[in-house]
Ligand binder design. Structure first.
Ligand SMILES: [Zn+2]
Length: 205
């Protein structure tokens, strides 16, 4: 994938049209990397004025178009003429409220993260990639998808300064100042979970 300097810019500095393009591009990438399936997963960017650009409900991230993305106010109410946002919007709103430094959120259902979440703990982060690039990850207990309770337990971890949360029997949520950083955290977390899973089959040494 082609990258340019603008990818490094904070979401805060993105115009609405650029934010829409970037979100659509990362949605396709999440699908290609198999970090989401079906219509699962949702992505958002917070603009400089506090409004949120977020993926719509019931649309596969495989082919979400920039024009399908929904602009809401900071409280999650869609601006006039916009479609229906993801049902997981409360999580995004709560995360942005918890973290003024965050301008991008990626929520996914990566297979090995979901499997590992059932252990009630976070996978080891003992590989070079995980140790160097993936920060601390928190585990949170199951709450129904789309609920305020889920938004609350997840945002509580973000407010402690943790950027990546493993959600029991559900998936992963990563917050960052840019979509690129949130994407890298998501990708690395799934790799760390995959390695931790297969490492359980190794003989003792
Ligand atoms: Zn989900």
């Amino acid at each position: 994938m082609q990258r340019d300097q603008n990818d490094l810019a904070s979401g805060r500095h993105l115009t609405e049209s650029r934010a829409r393009e970037e979100i659509a591009r990362y949605c396709a990438l999440l699908w290609e990397r198999r970090l989401v399936t079906g219509t699962s997963g949702n992505v958002s960017v917070r603009l400089e004025d506090g409004d949120i650009i977020v993926t719509p409900t019931q649309v596969s991230l495989r082919a979400v178009a920039a024009s399908q993305l929904v602009r809401t106010d900071a409280g999650g109410d869609p601006r006039q003429g916009q479609g229906q946002p993801t049902s997981e919007l409360p999580l995004h709103v709560a995360a942005y409220q918890a973290r003024p430094d965050v301008h991008a959120i990626i929520h996914t259902h990566p297979t090995f993260c979901v499997v590992w979440s059932k252990t009630g703990a976070v996978f080891d982060r003992d590989t070079v990639g995980a140790r160097e690039t993936l920060g601390e990850v928190a585990w949170t207990p199951y709450e129904p998808p789309g609920s305020q309770a889920l938004a609350r337990v997840t945002a509580a971890e973000f407010s402690r300064g943790i950027d990546t949360v493993l959600m029991e029997r559900h998936g992963l949520s990563a917050v960052a100042s840019t979509l690129e950083q949130a994407y890298v955290a998501t990708d690395l977390a799934e790799e760390a979970a995959r390695i931790a899973f297969f490492s359980r089959f190794l003989p003792e040494r």
